[in-house]
Design a protein around this ligand. Structure first.
Ligand code: RB5
Length: 146
């Protein structure tokens, strides 16, 4: 699976660790959109890169990390075709996939421990969308993109 990932300065340290986790432990093809240092940057610039990679089909899923995950989710979800949310619990990651067909998970680098974020990412990547009645609802959500 091809995964696009990026962060801002507040998510940089956890993003670096997740790049290794995704490649080495989960066997993903990782597209790291930066940054390369923890210098201060603006989260929308990095959300945009990952969101476009997912929306274009270059990446199968996206992972974004900022201080809370909230700013990244707000920005990424503006890009048509992207379903992004801030996720702070593995069970929410499960429902985000099964019910919402989420394709970009946004994590908190400041308030959530690395082992919890690793589990969130694992669940996010390994859980299938249920379809059925949820497909109709997601279709209604996606029509709001227009
Ligand atoms: C940066 O200080 C912080 O605002 C950012 O990482 C993020 O949490 C925004 O939602």
């Amino acid at each position: 699976m091809r995964i696009a990932i990026a962060s801002d300065h507040a998510g940089f340290e956890q993003k670096q660790a997740l790049v290794d986790y995704l490649a080495q432990d989960l066997g993903c093809d990782v597209m790291d959109f930066g940054p390369d240092t923890d210098d201060r940057v603006d989260y929308p610039d990095y959300a945009e890169k990952v969101a476009h990679a997912v929306a274009s089909g270059d990446a199968d899923r996206g992972v974004l990390v900022c201080g809370t995950g909230i700013g990244m989710a707000l920005a990424a979800d503006k890009v048509p075709g992207v379903r992004a949310s801030s996720i702070t619990r593995p069970d929410f990651a499960d429902l985000f996939r099964r019910h919402n067909d989420g394709n970009v998970v946004c994590l908190s680098g400041r308030f959530i421990e690395p082992e919890v974020n690793r589990e969130i990412v694992k669940v996010f990547l390994e859980t299938e969308f249920e379809g059925g009645r949820h497909a109709e609802r997601v279709g209604k959500v996606m029509r709001l993109d227009a």
